[in-house]
Design a protein around this ligand. Sequence first.
Ligand code: PMP
Length: 376
Amino acid sequence: MSLPIYFDYASTTPVRSEVLDKMLPYFSTHYGNPGSNLHHFGWLAQEAIDLSRNQIAAYFKVKPSGVIFTSGATESNNLAIKGFLNGKSKGHLITSKIEHKAVLEIFSQLEREGYSVTYLEPDVQGQITKESLSKGIQEDTLLVSLMMVNNELGTISDYVAFKEICDDHQICFHSDATQAIGKIELDFANLPHLLSFSGHKIYAPKGVGGLIMHPSMTIIPLVHGGGQERGIRSGTLPVPLIVGLGYAFTFIPQILSCSETLFHFKEKIINELLSNYESKILINSNSSNTISSLLSFSIHGVYWEDLLNSLTSIAISNGSACNVKSTNPSHVLTALGHNRDLALSTLRISLSYMSTESDVNFLIQYLSEKLAKITK
Ligand code: PMP
């Protein structure tokens, strides 16, 4: 067994070997620009882009024109939210306190620009309720952005109810679905009007992602240039990355078929840890509506730096990897009421279809030994 063992698949995933194999020719022999429509090299690249777009559209059950390629979920969120608002008069917006920074920072900027924003509070299980959304809506609400699966807690939101509420009020509903793809079965008949996703969470490369747009949506571009992606997102398309992204989508049914095994692993970790450390461990969401691959718990009575420094043989996170080495407590756990020390003494374990029973057994034994030492 080679150490450390990776339990941080919510931060990023490796590129699947089949996906990498599909990408490689597009770095070397098939290097054409899809915009070069006068020769074979360009045609090959364009064919590859079309195939990827069709693979993604087929997965989401949307028209290929509803797929916009971007550099990842951060860009998709910016394009969706700012692109939708671009050109409209200022008004009220709704999001939540437990969104990823790639959404929250957009709203901070929009507040500086003069929009008013309501930040919905999670309930004790880390869920945003449809009742709180209904209450938050105002006469001039233009857009709601609520994530589909929370990256720190693994909670699955009631996005279908959110969509219904937004439809009733003719409000645009955007959802950051980065942590939902490959983790939950989507309700394709009730997708948000705008949906962001990222390649590197689904065994495709980093630096590529997309935005799924309902045909009724108009996005005014943020970046101007050669008019690629129907003018919505200009810039030469990164063909190898897009080839990998589309192909990665074809494996999602197989990845989802592993959910039950992961659920069993997660239960085993919870049960074993709680049986020894029940009074010390706080599971961060007991909602039944959580994904099977993610477990977050906080540990009382340990100094967080001792805790994290002691865990050298496992690769885990104490929150979101996207908070760039911050020693600030997670805003998600703070929103749940954790104090700074408890929020920092948090372990997020995220599993994959690649995780094995022996990985999980090692994790349980290793954590139990370390906790025995530092919780004395
Ligand atoms: N949203 C969520 C929920 C995420 O988990 C992440 C990645 N941690 C992002 C957005 C950012 O995605 P990307 O790295 O593709 O910009």
